[in-house]
Structure formats: structure tokens, C-alpha cells
Design a protein around this ligand. Structure first.
Ligand code: 5AD
Ligand code: SF4
Length: 442
């Protein structure tokens, strides 16, 4: 079968799509990049904001024409929107064959065969813990590998749909993760990205209380991975601020392979809004934790997620968010305009901030980010940094790109020996407001 897979949403979804693709390839099926060539179309969807759902539905709706021309074409919707809407999606989109929830992704092939053989229409959304192992061990053998070490979330931030569409948090055993890491490294991975909706809560059994200062199964896992021969770098996303206890900070500071970049979602800089969001930290405790991390790891960079226009967000709340963002000097930030999600707690509050105000706040934070990035990049001119070579630059094929441990991308001219997945030193020779350019120096 020729299968086309399109992904919406986060890195976990990207990884799930990669794993589904690898799973199909292992069984002799082909992954194609054009919808017209495919026997089956799979849309791996996201529910985090209304816009993400609208986009996916628009695209799937558009596929009706293709199906009219090619009636045997199978169309399936997977992932978070599939989980959220289930049977209702089958009703809404009559040309859809099946709906596959977040706990059933590992059964994709079985479902495709069911549709092909029996022409059934169905929604399979029963959560199954088998997804955790069923989706592991399928990968494409490049320098970059990804491992979902936890799935689901128990935190119930009031705006967030994730606990409802991805279910309760579950962790894989350390043994299982290490075995997969070894297999990935054996098949060529030099960088591993550990994924989880709440990655630093790994191994805590779903307890949302931050652990004692000397206890961090996530740190234990990082220590083990740090010793893995052949592996060069370890990244992870996304952690929640409260889990950075003394034990974890010690590992982050001492480990040789763990990258010095933390994606640390802030969401808001106003304590009033943080409380309404059910985030269990304050502006001061967040800043104190970041300061502790910076003291332990001096070249650490941070990135973040922020929501503007949460119900009741005033100019003063927004000013506080802006202030914390500038104080944190984030190297990257993802800014989202609030949208109410059915089922999430905040959907019961009035969506009180007008769209124009959300957009204005969004633009202000984007301009602040651009100014910070410009300043940071300009200050790096002349520095020599170590990068993990990633490959040919997508926009300028004559150049290659590499990434620093602090997660900055550098463009450089390759030499004959340069290979993806190797560490090289690059001297930065030119900067512009958004990019760094350099020369190989070893
Ligand atoms: N509206 C806007 N942004 C949201 N996010 C999560 N839920 C919502 C929502 N209802 C953002 C958060 C999260 C990121 C993945 O998406 O910032 O960290
Ligand atoms: Fe979207 Fe969240 Fe699901 Fe990722 S986990 S696909 S961000 S809803």
C-alpha cells in the first residue's frame, strides 16, 4: 500500500507520525509524499488550539474531491482531534473511513487492512497502554533519534486539552528506554531527543507533587544515557518548572552530553493569571528556579511558550508577562493567542480579551523576541562554537547547518569531510538579525 501521512501539532505528533511511517515500511508498505499517489491518506491531528483543528478539517474536507475520483482511497484521521471528536468526525466528514485515537496509533496497519478488506467505517478511541511500547522501536536510522519516555499529562492546566486527548500520564521503564536508546545509537543516532508532555515527571508514577530534592528518576535516566558510547547529545522537551530539583540540576550541570538549553513554558508572568491557569508556580518561583539553573550552567539558554489573552488578562497582567520575558532573555519563544478548548476548565470562563487585543499583544511579544535575538546573535560574531552537523541547509544547498548545544543554528560552508551527526568547531564570521554564518575551523 502507498500511504501519505500529514502531521499537525507538536514534536510528539511528529514523532508519532515518523513511528507510524516506519511501522508501515517495516511491513513492506511505501510512504509517499504526494496525496495523488497514495492508496491511503492519514492525517495525524492536533487539538491544542481551535486553529489547529480548523486547518486539519479544512484539508481533510478538501480531500473529498480526490476520493470522488478514486473511490478506493482510504482516508483516516489520527491523533488528538481524532481522540477528541471520535464518531462525531465520521458524521461530520462522510468521506472519512476511520478515526484513530491517541491510544491506538500502534494499530494503524491493522485498521488500514480492516478498511481495505471489509469497507467498514469506525472510530477506535479506546486508550491502550500498549501504545507506549507499540510505538517504540520504529525509526528511520538517521543521526537524530527521538524517544517518547512519557505520554499523557496529569497536570490539568485550565486552558489545556492534552489531559483529555492524550489521557493520564504514563512512563516507560528505564530499562525499556535504555534498550531503545542503544538500538537507536546502533542504527546511527548521535543525538537523542526525549519527549513527553511533562518530561521531567518521568518515572514519578503520575504524582503531580514535585518530588523531594534528592529524587529524580528523570535525572537517573539522563545519567545512564550520558554514559552511552557513541551518543553525542541528549535533548529533552518539555519540562515543567517545578521538577527541576537539586538532584536534576546537578545532573544537568555535570552531564557531558545533555544540551544546555531548556524549553521552560512560562505561559504568563502574572501570578493572578498563573493561578487561574492552575500553573503551580509564581512569577518569583519561576525566576528563582531559572536563576538557580543559570548559576549551575552558565551558558544555559531558555526558550518558552506563552499564551496571550487568557480570560481576564488585563494590560497590567500582560505588562508583567512582557517584563518576565525580557528578564529571562529567552533565546526563542512561542507565543499563542488563547483559544477556549471544549472540556478544558477555562472554557467555562468568558473568552473576554478581544481578538484585536490578543493580536496586538502577540505582535508586541514577537517584536521583543526579534530584538532580543538580533542582540544575542550580533554579540556572537567572532566566537568559535561546537556544533552538531545537521546536513544541507534547506534554503541554500551550498551551505550546511549545525546546531550548538544551546540550540542556535549556524550556517557554514562544508568541507569534503563534513558528515551529518558529527561534532565540528565553527567560527562565527557573519551575523544578520535572524541567522548566524561561520567557517569550519577544524
Ligand atoms: N489556547 C492557546 N494556547 C494554548 N496552548 C495550550 N492550550 C492553549 C489554548 N487553549 C499553548 C501552551 C502550550 C503550547 C503547546 O500551546 O502555550 O505550552
Ligand atoms: Fe496538539 Fe497537544 Fe496533541 Fe501535541 S499533544 S498534537 S500539541 S493537542
Amino acid at each position: 500500500m502507498k500511504v501519505y501521512i500529514k502531521t499537525y501539532g507538536c514534536q510528539m505528533n511528529e514523532r508519532d507520525s515518523d513511528a507510524m511511517a516506519a511501522l508501515l515500511r517495516e511491513k513492506g508498505h511505501e510512504i509517499v509524499s504526494a496525496e495523488e499517489e497514495a492508496d491511503a491518506l492519514i492525517f495525524n491531528t492536533c487539538s491544542v488550539r481551535e486553529a489547529a483543528e480548523r486547518k486539519a478539517k479544512g484539508k481533510i474536507g478538501y480531500m473529498k474531491k480526490l476520493k470522488a475520483r478514486k473511490p478506493e482511497l482510504i482516508i483516516g484521521v489520527a491523533g488528538c482531534m481524532a481522540q477528541r471528536l471520535g464518531d462525531a468526525l465520521l458524521e461530520e466528514l462522510p468521506h472519512l473511513d476511520f478515526v484513530l485515537g491517541t491510544g491506538q496509533l500502534h494499530t494503524l496497519l491493522e485498521q488500514l487492512e480492516k478498511v481495505r478488506a471489509k469497507h467498514l467505517r469506525f472510530a477506535e478511541t479506546e486508550p491502550s497502554p500498549d501504545v507506549l511500547t507499540g510505538m517504540s522501536g520504529h525509526y528511520s536510522g538517521t543521526w537524530h533519534g527521538e524517544i517518547a519516555i512519557t505520554r499523557g499529562c496529569n497536570r490539568f492546566c485550565s486552558y489545556c486539552i492534552v489531559p483529555y486527548v492524550r489521557g493520564r500520564e504514563i512512563s516507560r521503564s528505564q530499562e525499556d528506554v535504555l534498550a531503545e536508546a542503544r538500538r537507536l545509537v546502533d542504527s546511527g543516532a548521535r543525538e537523542l531527543l526525549l519527549l513527553g508532555q511533562n518530561v521531567a515527571a518521568y518515572g514519578l508514577g503520575g504524582d503531580i507533587r514535585p518530588p523531594a530534592d534528592d529524587h529524580s528518576p528523570f535525572a537517573d535516566l539522563l545519567d545512564e544515557l550520558d554514559r552511552l558510547p557513541g551518543l553525542l547529545r541528549i535533548r529533552y522537551t518539555s519540562p515543567y518548572v517545578s521538577y527541576f530539583n537539586r538532584r536534576l540540576i546537578r545532573t544537568l550541570a555535570q552531564a557531558e552530553k545533555v544540551c544546555h538549553n531548556i524549553h521552560l513554558p512560562l505561559q504568563s508572568g502574572s501570578d493572578r493569571i498563573l493561578a487561574a491557569m492552575n500553573r503551580q508556580y509564581t512569577r518569583d518561583s519561576y525566576l528563582a528556579k531559572a536563576a538557580e539553573l543559570r548559576a549551575a550552567i552558565p551558558d544555559l539558554t531558555f526558550s518558552t511558550d506563552v499564551i496571550v489573552g487568557f480570560p481576564g488578562e488585563t494590560d497590567e497582567d500582560f505588562r508583567l508577562t512582557r517584563e518576565v520575558m525580557n528578564e529571562m532573555d529567552y533565546a526563542q519563544s512561542f507565543i499563542f493567542k488563547y483559544s477556549p478548548r471544549p472540556g478544558a476548565k477555562s472554557a467555562q470562563m468568558a473568552d473576554s480579551v478581544p481578538e484585536e487585543v490578543k493580536e496586538e499583544r502577540n505582535q508586541i511579544l514577537l517584536a521583543d523576541l526579534a530584538a532580543r535575538v538580533r542582540k544575542r546573535l550580533a554579540a556572537m560574531n567572532g566566537e568559535t562554537v561546537e556544533v552538531l552537523v545537521e546536513g544541507i541547509s534547506p534554503r541554500t544547498p551550498a551551505r550546511w547547518t549545525g546546531r550548538t548545544g544551546t540550540n542556535l543554528m549556524i550556517h557554514f560552508e562544508p568541507d569534503a569531510a563534513v558528515r551529518p551527526g558529527t561534532l565540528r568547531k565553527v567560527k562565527i564570521t557573519q551575523t544578520n538579525p535572524v541567522s548566524l554564518f561561520g567557517k569550519l575551523v577544524d
